[in-house]
Design a protein around this ligand. Structure first.
Ligand SMILES: [Zn+2]
Ligand SMILES: [Zn+2]
Length: 153
């Protein structure tokens, strides 16, 4: 696991360097936090976390790094209507549980979801991939009742 993570980090660092984004102390800390995360953070959330530890990390660096990772196919952007963009370091097909109250996004996988029929070519639409979003309340919010106003929407 550790070795795999180190490998991902060095792959991402090499790809970013080729795009003219060198591996500074700040960008390294950002990658370490982001590549291991499962909470689908927004750029500002990620910035707040990492900048607490690594002063000098600018918002612009966070945005540019995340967007470049998306262009390189090393991260995906997930957008929900009315929300700020969130980023996911997992690029293999998986699905999401989205809490309408607090904005938490968890990964979800189920064998049946891998077998959804794609729209046929005759529809004129060429589907290449899909992600299913289940909307509702996360375990915490379901327990305490929806906290209105805490939502990101
Ligand atoms: Zn919640
Ligand atoms: Zn995900």
């Amino acid at each position: 696991m550790e070795a795999k993570r180190a490998q991902r980090l060095s792959n991402a660092a090499a790809a970013l360097r080729e795009r003219g984004l060198p591996l500074t102390v700040q960008r390294r800390a950002l990658l370490e936090r982001f590549l291991g995360c499962t909470d689908h953070p927004a750029a500002d959330t990620l910035h707040a976390h990492v900048a607490r530890r690594i002063p000098g990390l600018s918002r612009a660096t966070v945005y540019r790094t995340l967007e470049t990772l998306v262009e390189l196919g090393l991260a995906v952007r997930i957008a929900h209507p009315g929300w700020e963009v969130r980023y996911d370091p997992r690029v293999d097909q998986h699905h999401h549980l989205v809490c309408d109250a607090c904005g938490a996004v968890d990964d979800w996988e189920a064998p049946a979801l891998a077998r959804l029929p794609l729209p046929p070519r005759s529809s004129g639409f060429q589907a290449t991939r899909y992600t299913v979003q289940f909307r509702g309340l996360c375990a915490d919010c379901a327990r305490s009742g929806p906290r209105r106003g805490a939502a990101r929407s």
